[in-house]
Design a protein around this ligand. Sequence first.
Ligand SMILES: Cc1cc2nc3c(=O)[nH]c(=O)nc-3n(C[C@H](O)[C@H](O)[C@H](O)COP(=O)(O)OP(=O)(O)OC[C@H]3O[C@@H](n4cnc5c(N)ncnc54)[C@H](O)[C@@H]3O)c2cc1C
Ligand code: FES
Length: 274
Amino acid sequence: MPIDVAAAVTTNHRLSTNYNVLALAAPDIAAAAAPGQFVMIKPRRGHDPLLRRPFSVFEVLRDRDGAPTGISLLNKWIGVSTGLVYGAQPGQLVDCFGPLGRPFSLVERPTEAWMVAGGVGLAPFAQLAEILCAKGVASVLFYGARRAEELFYLDYFRRLGVELVLTTEDGSLGERGRNVAPLERRLAAWPSNAPVMVYACGPEGMLAATAKTAARHGRPCQVSVERIMGCGLGGCYSCVVPMRTDEGRCHHVRSCLAGPVLSGDQIVWEEHGS
Ligand SMILES: Cc1cc2nc3c(=O)[nH]c(=O)nc-3n(C[C@H](O)[C@H](O)[C@H](O)COP(=O)(O)OP(=O)(O)OC[C@H]3O[C@@H](n4cnc5c(N)ncnc54)[C@H](O)[C@@H]3O)c2cc1C
Ligand code: FES
């Protein structure tokens, strides 16, 4: 069951002029959160902004004994609420409701986990990688951004034992271009009898390209879609995603309930391009 708490900000770590990691004291949400789930956040009391905003659970924070104490959010400032999250002060209370939505399905060894993250789409992969690496699942992160300064938490993933494949659009770190290119190459070279699960989170075009690439190589792909979410609870239909049924019919699902993690090969991507 999701929990609604007024969570105190414990730290606000600025990563750049528009990215930060906000830590919230929310032990019950932390204890219940599965990788890929999200919380609905209202960083300021009152009517502006009126609605909460969705954020992936980035890290589950723990005390020395391993007990969950809170969660962190990886935030990219693009508007009113994300600006308030960027500017939040320690001690400030943030309304936080969650965890919500359908999480990623976890794989077991010997299946490998290949995570594809674009920009702030890195957010759900910190917790996913932590859990998969603890289970001994070999994990690769194909992580792309516009430039080197926008690739964050690399040491975090290295410490877990995740192999990093980095791309930047300007070539300032890793391969120049988009992260789907090295994914495609590795899928093409991978033995067909070696199981792989592709996980993706990022801009819609990257998700579509990743899902289509995985499908072309006959690999399963779970994508975390990002829609504008008014309620996070199935009431407003602001978050619908067109999906194809097994019989080939198109229908719409509310991504706050059926997702945000959906099967990449069932989403009707044509409407969003690739
Ligand atoms: C399941 C889920 C998980 C998310 N996780 C994260 C996360 O971990 N970190 C993070 O920084 N962001 C995340 N987002 C995106 C985040 O919710 C939006 O950036 C936020 O709602 C914008 O709020 P705002 O008040 O700052 O922007 P607003 O002032 O409301 O809008 C500013 C501009 O951004 C556009 N916009 C608003 N929301 C979106 C959106 N979802 N996609 C595209 N354009 C949008 C608006 O149309 C407007 O043009 C997630 C979204 C979803 C659905
Ligand atoms: S966000 Fe309201 S129905 Fe999904």
